[in-house]
Design a protein around this ligand. Sequence first.
Ligand SMILES: *Cc1c(COP(=O)(O)O)cnc(C)c1O
Length: 334
Amino acid sequence: MSVLSLADVYRARRRIAGRVFHTPLVESQSLSEKAGTPVFLKLETVQPTGSFKLRGATNALARLAEQGCRKVVTASTGNHGRAVAHAARALGIDAMVCMSALVPANKVEAVRALGAQARIAGKSQDEAEHEALRLVREEGFAYVPPFDDLHVIAGQATIGLEIVEALPDVANIVVPLSGGGLFAGIAFAARGANRAIGLTGVTMSRGAAMHASLAAGRPVLVEEVETLADSLGGGIGLENRYTYALTRDLIDETVLLDEASIARGIVHAYEHERLVVEGAAAVGMAALLDGMLPAARIKRGPLVLIVTGANIDMEQHRRLVASASTQPSSHNAL
Ligand SMILES: *Cc1c(COP(=O)(O)O)cnc(C)c1O
């Protein structure tokens, strides 16, 4: 665990200050009532690119810029790609986002609108990634990984610092889990402040690479399937260097959710919290509403749910809210 230090996290906080928001931690009345313990939402949805990924990307890019690096590359078209593009523009360095020919035109346009170059390469995410790595080898770009990087992890860890400072008696933190950069960072910072804090990872039941890897005892591949929590898809890398071991050593339990539950989380956020959230950001609320968090854990005291991002397709969001209001369920009766 010595790979990361609390000093790295405080350095990250100084680097990203003024570029990334210190986000609100707000109590949810409806969830507190439901749980019988205070429940708080950490609102990363308000970050400039609509997700917490800006923290890690800004820390990694600011450090590269300090070292004189002028151009970075990534292969993510999702929240990490947006964050890299935004941070690069803010820091005055060039960003290239490699994507496959299958990526829809609106996503290509979104990357360009953020000031990054889009390079179309290959017919799969893998081939796009190959092109990114070629640019690193042959053209002097620096690669910015989405999670398995100490500076990215330290950036995400600043969320943990903000939580323990705002809520010193926090007993449990519930974190959406994919590659584990967010979990590892928050868990490291929170346990650094209080060794007794409970740490739960939540993800979807199908295609959850970190969960499968923890069960197997080593990083494994999983088949990627479509999910409402699209930001939680993707592998952790068979050559995973940091997030697998950190997550394994710090996690208390993993909770797996089906698609109906994730949908309920999205609808709850909208109806009861007045929040538009993407599927990946709704999993903490969904786990609590559907009774998936261990009762013993909830009893320990104040609970924080990380609401990680807002980048949902609005057409999909409208459909989910509309279908929930025509088929009332007990969950909407809070
Ligand atoms: C990336 C992402 C996550 C998961 O973060 P990891 O570091 O990959 O575990 C959760 N929610 C949203 C909205 C994300 O973009």
